[in-house]
Design a binder for this molecule. Structure first.
Ligand SMILES: C[S@@+](CC[C@H](N)C(=O)[O-])C[C@H]1O[C@@H](n2cnc3c(N)ncnc32)[C@H](O)[C@@H]1O
Length: 232
C-alpha cells in the first residue's frame, strides 16, 4: 500500500463517518465518486484556480462535507414537492441550476447524491465550467452539465436554483430570477450565519419560507440554507 493509498483511506473513513453524522444514505459507489471528485479538485486546482483551500483534509471538510450537509434538505424538498421520477405531479427529471458553481460546489456533490436531479453548474469563468464538464465525464455522471455563461444570460428554466459562496441574497435572486421555473420553483442559498440583513433587503416579490440551520461534521462554524420562492 502506498502513502497515497493510506491518505485516501483516511479521507474515505472521514467521509463515511461524516455521512453517518449527517444521517445520509450513500451507496459505496456514491462514496467512491465523492472521493474521486475530491481527487480531481486536488489534481486540477492549480490549473483551474478552483479553490483557495489546498490541504486535502480541509477540502474534505470545507467543501465535500459542507456541500453534503445540504443533501438531506435537498432530497426532502424534491420528495415533498412531488418532483422527480415517481413523484406523480411532475414525473420528469428534476432540474437544478447551481449558480456560480466554480469547481462544482455544491452542484457535483448534489448530482452524485441525487441521481434523479439533472444538475447544471453555471459559471462565468470558462475554465471552471470546463473542469465541471471534464469531471462529469471522468466520474461517469450523466446528470451533470458544466455551463459557461453569466446566470443573467440563461434562457432555460429550473425547478431549483442553488448557490454557495456566490453573492448577496438580493443579487442572487435578481440575477437568477429568469432561470427559476414559476410558480413552483425555489431558491436554495447556502450561507454562513443567518443573513438577517440580506433577508431584509430582498425584493417584496420574494418570500423566505425557511431558514434551515446546518451542522457540518468537523466544522465549528454556523451554516444555514435560506429557502426562497416567488411571492404570490
Ligand atoms: C466564490 S466562487 C464560489 C464557487 C463555488 N460555488 C464554491 O462554493 O466553492 C463564486 C463563483 O461565482 C462565479 N460568478 C460570479 N458572477 C457570476 C455570474 N453572474 N454568473 C455566473 N457565475 C458567476 C465566479 O466565477 C466564481 O467561480
Amino acid at each position: 500500500m502506498t502513502a497515497t493509498d493510506t491518505g485516501r483511506d483516511a479521507l474515505s473513513a472521514r467521509l463515511e463517518s461524516g455521512a453517518q453524522a449527517l444521517a445520509l444514505d450513500l451507496s459505496a459507489a456514491q462514496r467512491a465518486q465523492l472521493m474521486d471528485f475530491l481527487a480531481l479538485l486536488q489534481k486540477w486546482n492549480a490549473v483551474y484556480n478552483l479553490t483557495a483551500v489546498r490541504d486535502p483534509g480541509e477540502m474534505l471538510t470545507q467543501h465535500l462535507l459542507d456541500s453534503l450537509a445540504a443533501v438531506a434538505p435537498l432530497r426532502r424538498h424534491v420528495h415533498a414537492a412531488g418532483l422527480g421520477a415517481g413523484g406523480g405531479m411532475r414525473p420528469e427529471t428534476v432540474r437544478l441550476l447551481d449558480v456560480g458553481s466554480g469547481g462544482g460546489l455544491p452542484g457535483v456533490v448534489f448530482a452524485i447524491c441525487c441521481p434523479e436531479v439533472a444538475v447544471h453548474c453555471v459559471d462565468a469563468v470558462g475554465k471552471k465550467a470546463a473542469f465541471v464538464q471534464q469531471a462529469a465525464l471522468t466520474l461517469g455522471l450523466r446528470n451533470v452539465h458544466g455551463v459557461h455563461a453569466r446566470v443573467e444570460a440563461l434562457n432555460a428554466r429550473f425547478d431549483l436554483v442553488s448557490c454557495r459562496a456566490f453573492a448577496s441574497l438580493p443579487d442572487f435572486v435578481r440575477w437568477s430570477r429568469t432561470a427559476l421555473a414559476e410558480p413552483h420553483g425555489v431558491w436554495l442559498a447556502m450561507k454562513g450565519r443567518h443573513p438577517a440583513d440580506e433577508i431584509a433587503a430582498l425584493p417584496a416579490d420574494v418570500q423566505v419560507f425557511h431558514v434551515e440551520p446546518l451542522a457540518v461534521p468537523g466544522l465549528d462554524a454556523e451554516r444555514c440554507i435560506v429557502w426562497m420562492r416567488p411571492a404570490v
